[in-house]
Design a protein around this ligand. Structure first.
Ligand code: HEM
Length: 424
């Protein structure tokens, strides 16, 4: 599992080498969470083999310790919907394959089990209620149109920065009622909070610590303003005025803030970039969409399945249990690979193909299931729907002119750059 990208190797050669490696290596040596597989997008044959030969797999040694991989759709559903057996609790290890670093043990409600989880989730849920989303849609459309209208013509630009990051950052700033001119700080804090030390996003742990402390101080200021004012419909005010969250300590406060930033930012951003890439790699699907804009409704969930912006969620077994004929012991780490379950052809027809008019496009795992099912899923779908309605009104095509640069992470499946061009 050491397929490296190098300038002289084409994508086809890289994929061929990965396939050979995946089928030559003893399956017990697999470490499917190796971030390099995600950076160069060579994960597919390894997960294909796991689904076919050992769908619940134990990796005994890896740089981040031992872990189980759950790779098939229905097994993942089983884990995700049995929170009494498979815990998200931060003190046991939380939701990422890699254990949390002790100095960043900030409990947010995504890393809590019941009874703590539910009340904190409820405090911010009204933000994502259908009636409120209808209100948000108006502003999202105006901002989207503005960002698209400013794009250059006849020159190469980075879609990630000019469109995906800008639009998701604007969406988040609106949810927090965050000072508009400083909104890129949200993107930066999200990147710093989720990136691995080797990703190149920050130079040193000291820098990371300082930036996240700045995030905490900034939000504490906003909190202090809003806790003493009348309740409003932004996320900070909602938490400041809810019984479940108004007395959070600083760690819990910071944890929830970062959850809401990261939850909304990386995921929606990478779905947006992924949508352009998927259509470029599947031009016949783009033609279908251009000919019939009503297909946007099924295209959006198909993009979210195809991209799987969060590759995995992890749980820790609270008791001995069995899954796929394997004995999982209390305390074991169990990783649900959504990215693999979304390619399980026993549940999703022709799962490796990108098909924008599928019969059941919402049958995918990208938003998880069970008590932690994504709170922002309707908002993410709304933002993607609007961006494509507005793109199709304006442009004949967005041409991808070079390979994307992918993020070095087994958690966030995303892009640093995607060079594109729009012809006048
Ligand atoms: C395409 C976009 C998105 C994807 C793929 C996504 C994915 C996920 C996943 C996989 C989970 C965990 C589910 C589980 O453990 O079963 C989750 C939870 C969550 N997401 Fe999203 N998300 C997206 C957009 C958003 C947005 C826009 C927001 C809000 C601004 C958001 C906020 C949250 C929150 C707060 C949770 C925690 C829910 C809980 O613990 O009860 N997400 N999301």
């Amino acid at each position: 599992m050491n397929i490296q990208t190098s300038p002289g190797i084409s994508r086809q050669e890289l994929m061929r080498a990965a396939r050979e490696d995946a089928y030559a290596m003893p399956i017990e040596d697999f470490h499917p969470g190796a971030p390099q597989l995600f950076r160069n997008d060579t994960l597919w044959p390894y997960f294909e083999r796991l689904r076919n030969e050992e769908p619940v797999h134990f990796c005994a040694t890896s740089p981040v310790g031992a872990y189980w991989s759950v790779t098939k759709y229905n097994d993942i559903m089983h884990v995700d919907t049995n929170a009494g057996i498979f815990s998200s609790d931060l003190s046991l290890g939380g939701i990422m394959l890699r254990d949390p670093e002790p100095e960043y043990m900030w409990p947010s409600f995504i890393v809590m089990d019941e009874p703590q989880h539910g009340p904190q989730r409820k405090a911010v849920a009204p933000m994502f209620a259908p009636a409120h989303l209808d209100e948000l849609a108006v502003a999202i459309r105006t901002r989207t149109a503005d960002v698209l209208d400013r794009l250059p013509r006849n020159e190469t630009f980075n879609f990630v920065d000019r469109v995906s990051v800008e639009l998701t950052t604007q969406m988040l700033a609106a949810l927090f009622d965050f000072p508009w001119a400083d909104r890129r700080k949200l993107t930066r804090w999200s990147d710093v909070a989720t990136s691995l030390p080797k990703s190149g996003v920050f130079e040193s742990e000291a820098q990371r610590r300082a930036e996240l402390a700045e995030c905490g101080d900034y939000f504490a200021r906003l909190w202090n303003e809003r806790v003493n004012a009348a309740p409003r419909s932004d996320l900070i005010s909602m938490m400041a005025h809810s019984d479940a969250t108004r007395r959070m300590d600083r760690a819990n406060f910071l944890g929830n803030i970062i959850l809401l930033i990261v939850g909304g930012n990386d995921t929606t951003r990478n779905s947006m970039t992924g949508s352009v890439l998927a259509l470029s790699e599947n031009p016949e699907q783009f033609e279908k969409l251009r000919d019939d804009h009503s297909l946007i409704d099924s295209f959006v969930p198909e993009v979210i399945r195809w991209q799987t912006p969060l590759a995995h969620m992890r749980r820790t077994a609270l008791q001995d249990t069995e899954l796929g004929g394997k004995h999982i012991k209390k305390g074991d780490r169990v990783v649900m690979w959504y990215v693999s379950g979304n390619r399980d052809s026993e549940v999703i027809d022709d799962a490796d193909s990108f098909i924008i008019d599928r019969a059941q496009p919402r049958r995918h795992l990208s938003f998880g299931f069970g008590i932690h099912r994504c709170l922002g899923m309707r908002l993410a779908e709304l933002q993607l729907k609007i961006v494509w309605e507005e793109i199709l009104k304006r442009f004949d095509a967005i041409e991808v002119v070079d390979e994307p640069k992918r993020v070095y992470s087994n958690f966030v499946r995303g892009y640093e750059t995607l060079p594109v061009r729009i012809n006048a």
